[in-house]
Design a protein. Structure first.
Length: 319
């Protein structure tokens, strides 16, 4: 159907009506374009827009590592009294050395928080049994360097940085004071797994578990539900018992090993030849270090209170 063309006056009226009705939208569009232009000029890049700066990308796994050294409690003992063990500062020390891992101890609190700390000989942290105290109560007394007792979330955030090859070895500590209470370490394991999974940190963590058989038998199925997580058992048991329980990794106290100064029942070959990973902890003397360095190709790791010294014995002097 033919219609008469609009007059110039009609076209102008339509245009003015459109502008009046959409003035707010047009103003916003102009402001966005100006913001984008200013951002480009200030940033010096052409790919960014006027938006919130991107959050730093957390790497999904540690960087490649040139050693199998685990710093016990971050290697704090090597630093003397200047850095408390299980502190963020001790973790920084292990990271600065480029250690394969930094070992730390975990406990569950009364309010279901996982803390990184080591109980004293009475089984207490800052005067409390950790399972009887809240996080705030445990934190009433700071560490000797002024830090607060860290939570596992804080420890993971501190560990998971670009370029770092240092993962965490989480030691599920047995609770034996005031009596043996296996429910608490099992709950620490359960909550730790949830925290790790929530952060996508499965490749940043490996567990080692007390030699208590009940705790290990209850923790292992929890850990195995999370793809990528591994756990070693710290029991002085023959390799056949590890295999019978499908435990794939033994973390042995050096005093239980047969080596240069020790006459314990366990050997590296016993586990390596059976296909069970083997690591040894409390390897602190140079003579011991050299003994296990010679067998390192058969081992998962060596854990020591003196990581810089062990690295030096390996020819990897970081000082």
């Amino acid at each position: 159907m033919w219609t008469q063309p609009l007059s110039l006056t009609s076209s102008t009226q339509i245009y003015e009506t459109f502008i009046n009705q959409n003035s707010v939208c047009i103003s916003i569009a102009v402001m966005l374009c100006m913001c984008k232009f200013v951002w480009h000029r200030r940033s010096g890049t052409g790919g960014k827009t006027c938006s919130r700066p991107e959050e730093p990308v957390i790497p999904a796994e540690p960087a490649a590592c040139d050693n199998k050294v685990v710093a016990h409690r971050g290697g704090a003992k090597e630093l003397g009294e200047t850095v408390p063990d299980n502190s963020l500062a001790s973790l920084d020390y292990a990271k600065s050395l480029g250690c394969y891992a930094s070992e730390c101890d975990i406990y569950i609190t009364a309010d279901k928080r996982v803390v990184v700390a080591h109980a004293d000989s009475d089984g207490k942290i800052n005067g409390y049994y950790p399972f009887d105290a809240t996080l705030d109560e445990l934190r009433q007394t700071p560490l000797s360097n002024g830090e607060q007792i860290p939570t596992l979330e804080e420890y993971l955030d501190h560990a998971m940085t670009n370029g770092s090859c240092t993962r965490l070895w989480l030691d599920i500590k047995n609770v034996t004071k005031p009596e043996t209470l296996p429910d608490h370490p099992v709950e620490a394991c359960r909550q730790a797994c949830r925290i790790i999974a929530g952060k996508g940190a499965e490749k940043w963590v490996e567990f080692i578990c007390t030699g208590n058989e009940e705790v290990m038998s209850r923790c292992a199925p929890i850990v195995w539900r999370y793809e990528g997580l591994k756990m070693g058992w710290m029991a002085n048991k023959p390799v056949e018992e590890y295999i019978a329980h499908s435990y794939e990794w033994a973390n042995m106290d050096v005093k239980n090993m047969t080596d240069a100064p020790h006459s314990g029942p366990r050997t590296v070959d016993e586990f390596a030849n059976a296909g069970v990973a083997i690591s040894v902890y409390n390897v602190d003397k140079p003579k011991n270090m050299r003994y296990y360095i010679e067998r390192l190709d058969k081992m998962k790791a060596i854990c020591t209170n003196y990581p810089a010294l062990l690295l030096q014995e390996m020819g990897l002097d970081r000082q």
